[in-house]
Unconditional design. Structure first.
Length: 498
């Protein structure tokens, strides 16, 4: 062990002790932020112990030692804002959009009427809302677009006097269930397949099995929580981030209802890859025809729609890159409609937009932190180095060791695609006879880890949005975590040895 590695080990221990001290201090808030900060500091310390490296197939290439210091963390956050820019813009615009909606009398009535319909039928609402969110997440090409409907569902849940943990479970938790058994959904799966040269069909049946089991187990625990709160007569008056007054019965809800239906239809059409999944090409043909319409030599629709337009099914892939920018455009378009329906002055509209955007500040900041952690690990990728220290000596495929490395990788990488690039491609090349099980291990462990590890982007966005303490969420979810861990390990065993 070199002097630098010895110093690095001391640094890791010191940072761990300092971080542990702040975490154990009694505090009712910012628990998740403290844990995230600890992970960032320890990851930085690990770059002092391990060299970086990269795999091309089974060939490992060692990097010179790149020890990261304080200025590197600042650089990681700068790059996090750059690379996650479309997601950060989406979150701010989402807040602004609901800032407008929350001031609309029709939207207020729509939320109130739906809440009244399902009051007394909380279990039915739980299954429907969670199923909708889970399916959208598992099939849409962009995970973040599902967030477009999350504040709406949360407002309904809170109006029904469900507690914040339950509202979180129905929405953000269900999104993480969808990622655990993702079928075709998420840009992470797209890039994971791209880097590992695999396809959606690899392990699809196993992911579907995981999705069904995770949905059932997760919602069983949610229903048990609702029953317990009812039995104990707990009636939590949780504050909605986009708080609304009691609705006006004379208000008209149908314009907002029509708007949500149109948004949902457009999102389904835009974010399901019809060509890849169902071999449906009519939308691509129509889009090409539409952009080709000219008045004289002027392509009118090409100019009106702009350079970022894409055919239905390709809204998550604009100009050969994965992006959520079409979702931002959708909110801007419908936001203008809501602004007109509100009959407010320009000054009031701007104030509503500003207030709504501010409500997403904590969530946005947490996502920058999560992405910053990944970039700290990216600048000196030590995970491949650790893999190279262990796996070349192991000749036969071991699903448990691979699962452990998949889990650790997904803790540090908020992007599943990056995990595919860093380590999964090695396992795919080294154990080609176990391709389906490796694909299933990495994709399912991504959503599994995201459900409870405080480096999960969606988890921290949701906890920040609803101002939920991380410890309270972990207390609720730990039984699901244990159950899913056992189920996944049994599944990986069956896939490997039977």
């Amino acid at each position: 062990m070199t002097i630098g590695q010895i110093i690095g080990l001391v640094v890791v221990l010191l940072l761990g002790l300092v971080g542990g001290f702040f975490i154990t201090k009694k505090s009712k808030s910012h628990t998740a932020a403290k844990w995230l900060g600890l992970f960032i500091l320890v990851t930085m310390g690990l770059t002092w112990i391990f060299t970086g490296g990269v795999y091309q197939g089974t060939q490992f290439y060692d990097y010179p030692v790149t020890r990261e210091g304080l200025t590197d963390i600042a650089n990681a956050f700068y790059n996090a804002i750059y690379f996650a820019g479309d997601k950060l813009i989406f979150l701010v615009v989402l807040g602004a959009f609901y800032g407008l909606l929350s001031k609309n009398r029709g939207y207020n009535k729509l939320v109130g009427r739906i809440a009244e319909v399902f009051t007394g039928h909380e279990y039915l609402f739980t299954f429907i809302a969670s199923l909708l969110i889970t399916i959208m997440t598992a099939t849409f090409t962009q995970t973040f677009i599902v967030l477009l409907f999350v504040p709406f569902i949360i407002s309904i849940a809170l109006r029904m006097h469900l507690d914040k943990i339950t509202a979180f479970a129905l929405t953000f938790g269900s999104m993480l269930v969808g990622l655990t058994g993702t079928l075709y959904g998420g840009e992470g799966l797209f890039w994971f397949n791209n880097y590992t040269q695999t396809e959606f069909a690899n392990g699809l049946l196993y992911r579907l099995i995981v999705l069904v089991i995770a949905y059932v187990l997760f919602n069983f625990l949610t229903v048990m929580r609702i029953k317990k709160l009812k039995r104990e007569h707990v009636n939590e008056e949780a504050e909605d981030p986009f708080k609304m007054e009691k609705y006006d019965k004379k208000a008209h809800a149908w314009p907002i209802s029509v708007m949500f239906i149109l948004m949902f239809i457009l999102v389904v059409l835009g974010y399901i890859d019809w060509k890849e999944i169902f071999n449906i090409t009519i939308f691509d043909t129509f889009h090409t025809w539409l952009l080709g319409i000219k008045i004289g030599d002027f392509a009118i629709f090409e100019a009106l729609l702009g350079t970022q337009s894409a055919a239905f099914g390709k809204w998550g892939f604009v100009q050969n890159s994965t992006t959520i920018i079409m979702g931002v455009s959708l909110m801007i378009f419908f936001g203008l409609i809501v602004a007109l329906l509100n009959h407010r002055s320009l000054g009031e509209v701007v104030t509503n937009l500003e207030d709504g955007g501010k409500k997403m500040f904590k969530s946005t900041a947490m996502y920058v932190g999560v992405y910053g952690l990944m970039l700290v690990a990216y600048m000196s990728p030590f995970i491949p180095t650790i893999v190279n220290m262990i796996f070349p000596t192991i000749k036969s495929f071991n699903p448990y060791l691979v699962s452990a490395f998949a889990f650790v990788s997904n803790i540090l990488h908020t992007d599943l695609g990056f995990t595919g690039y860093v380590v999964a491609n090695y396992f795919m090349s080294a154990y080609q006879g176990s391709l389906e099980v490796i694909h299933t291990i990495f994709t399912t462990s991504y959503g599994f880890a995201g459900m409870f590890v405080p480096t999960s982007g969606l988890l921290l966005i949701g906890l920040s949005y609803l101002d939920i303490d991380y410890k309270k969420w972990f207390k609720h979810i730990w039984l699901y975590v244990v159950g899913m861990l056992i189920i996944l390990l049994v599944l990986f065993t069956i896939m490997t040895y039977i």
